[in-house]
Design a protein around this ligand. Structure first.
Ligand code: FAD
Length: 307
């Protein structure tokens, strides 16, 4: 119920104005968002890459004009150049939302998003790193996978996210369990109808395990994106069962979530990547983080009333 309300609020301009303009929200936002600018996020990336890998996300989604989509591309191109200059590209890649690149534009959105994504992939390739496509709500899954397939023709290391809560995802895992493929498996963060998604947590977890089994047994590179200790234990077991070397898959968590567990996995010599968002357009991302855990809402409420 609370989750649904928060995810609805994530799409409301009224709520956005209220939350964005409260100076006190800022204290909570900084737990999940690493900085407002490139200059702020680079030291965070440098610190984290001492023992972990990172994927950087320039925040933004649902752009409604081609100009803003082009600005997003420029921001990624600048980011990638800086990663190269600072010697971070070997441990840092980028994550991209196609709705920030114009996917939802009424005229030719898919082509615009593909062209924009190509520019980012080329900039990533130039400094020796990769791009992973985030996955948004289920109405965009086919279009995102279509863009992925087309990008992989020129940039075969491009990765994508699959969401275990979608009923279709087991089949998508089978399609993407191919050599060179990089799949980031998460549970899913949007409010999806029962017609397309499992809504019961147990069902989502069981789907996550089925998907993970397919990816671990396949020839691709699975990226286990979860904070759930049980899923992490099962991933380790499935990796062992599949005879995988420690560098043939990785764990991933979000910036600001279970940092102790991140450090522990890294200290065990496992590949651990942190998803690090930055930029001014944090509202939608932040609301999804609140929706994931009721305790985060209490934390925000306390900060809004100044306690
Ligand atoms: P849960 O069962 O939700 O959580 C397990 C435990 O983790 C909780 O008990 C709690 O201790 C901790 N935890 C989880 N979330 C939070 C939080 N927000 N704040 C504090 N503690 C928390 N979703 C998409 O739909 N599309 C994407 O492209 C996408 N990309 C992602 C990339 C990465 C690297 C990760 C880690 C997640 C991504 N997600 C994405 C979000 C994902 O779908 C889940 O909503 C989120 O990870 C919570 O699920 P969980 O697997 O951690 O399990």
């Amino acid at each position: 119920m609370l989750r649904t309300a928060l995810l609805l609020a994530a799409r409301s301009d009224r709520c956005r104005a209220f939350v964005e303009h409260s100076p006190l929200t800022r204290r909570v936002v900084t737990r999940f968002v690493a900085g407002a600018t490139l200059e702020e996020v680079l030291p965070v990336a440098r610190r984290l890459t001492a023992d972990r890998l990172v994927t950087l996300d320039y925040l933004g989604e649902d752009v409604t004009d081609a100009g803003r989509a082009a600005d997003t591309v420029d921001a990624y191109v600048r980011l990638l150049a800086e990663l190269g200059l600072h010697g971070l590209a070997g441990r840092a890649e980028v994550s991209v939302k196609l709705s920030a690149l114009g996917l939802a534009l009424p005229a030719d959105g898919a082509r615009i998003a593909l062209d924009n994504a190509r520019r980012i992939c080329a900039a990533a390739e130039a400094v020796g790193t990769t791009v992973t496509l985030d996955m948004e709500d289920h109405t965009t899954t086919d279009a995102t996978l279509d863009v992925l397939h087309r990008l992989r023709e020129d940039f075969p290391a491009t990765g994508a996210v699959l969401q275990a809560y979608l009923r279709r995802t087991e089949a998508d895992c089978r399609d993407l369990a191919v050599p060179g493929s990089r799949v980031r498996l998460c549970k899913g963060a949007y409010d999806e109808p029962a017609s397309v998604a499992y809504r019961d947590r147990g069902e989502v977890d069981r789907s996550y395990v089925r998907c993970l089994r397919i990816l671990m047994a396949g020839p691709g590179y699975p990226m286990v994106a979860t904070h759930d200790p049980r899923m992490i234990r099962i991933a380790a077991h499935l990796a062992e069962e599949a005879g995988r070397a420690a560098d043939s898959y990785e764990y991933q968590m979000l910036y600001g979530v279970r940092a102790d567990a991140q450090a522990e996995l890294a200290a065990r010599g496992l590949r651990m990547r942190v998803y690090v968002p930055y930029g001014g357009q944090w509202y939608g991302y932040f609301m999804r983080r609140l929706a994931e855990r009721p305790a985060n809402v209490a934390f925000l409420a306390r900060s809004l009333v100044g306690v």
